[in-house]
Design a protein around this ligand. Sequence first.
Ligand code: ZN
Length: 281
Amino acid sequence: MFESRRNNHKEKVIITAALTGAVTTKKDNPALPTQLDEIVKSAEACCRAGAAAVHIHVRDEEDKASMRFDRFEEIVTKLRAANFPGMINLTSSGGQGFSWEERIRPFKELRPELASFDAGTMNWLNSVVFMNEPGFLEQCGKEMIACGVKPEIEIFDMGMLNTAKYYIKQGIIKEPAHFQLCLGAPGGMEATTENLVYLVNHLPENCTWSAFGIGKGANEITLSALAMGGNVRVGLEDNVYYNKGQLAESNEQFVSRIVRIAGEMGKTPATPQEAREILGV
Ligand code: ZN
């Protein structure tokens, strides 16, 4: 059923580590990397553990969500100077109230392999509006094409998937597109296998995809995605708990679990180079 809806490699799984995010804090989990050296160290540890990509957000000196260019620049420069082997994925959202320019500048100037592209506006965690208005998405998509950065299209519900297909049709997102199916965020679709199957069945034929769950459905989505031939994202951005009532020790702890499970299923983690080939970046 899923065979025709993915170009994912059959025996390889691309593991992405979402290190920090914009929402969780050190109060939620003291292991959350928020300052520059912590983020760089966490990225390197995740890559050593088997991640092929790291998804990066930055915080200010007080750990508040930020889209400050100098913070992104410092992290990316440090990683590159240390010959970081993994793919770099920079967020283009970063929290609330940032200008289009602030959201676009990091990927535009630093040219990571990937950057997130959130394909629609939603009521984020029942508290604020996560704004991704049409004008922003058009500009974001065009800038990504212009600077050779592949969008990782974040999908929180079926409407966003339809929106992404619209931009593919308009040529604002190039095929084969790469999707990150984000389930379990309040305001979006619940983290259930049923919802994951539904989304995967409606993906464009010519694409690659990955998935993750937030909260109580996290492990279910990870295991289902692996079983369906998808790639997976893990990390403290999405979950501060490793299992119910048990705080995660680190981002790499999540990565190591996927490596073990994938191994038991006869799969191996894609190396960063293999992941680049699978995604065409
Ligand atoms: Zn993110």
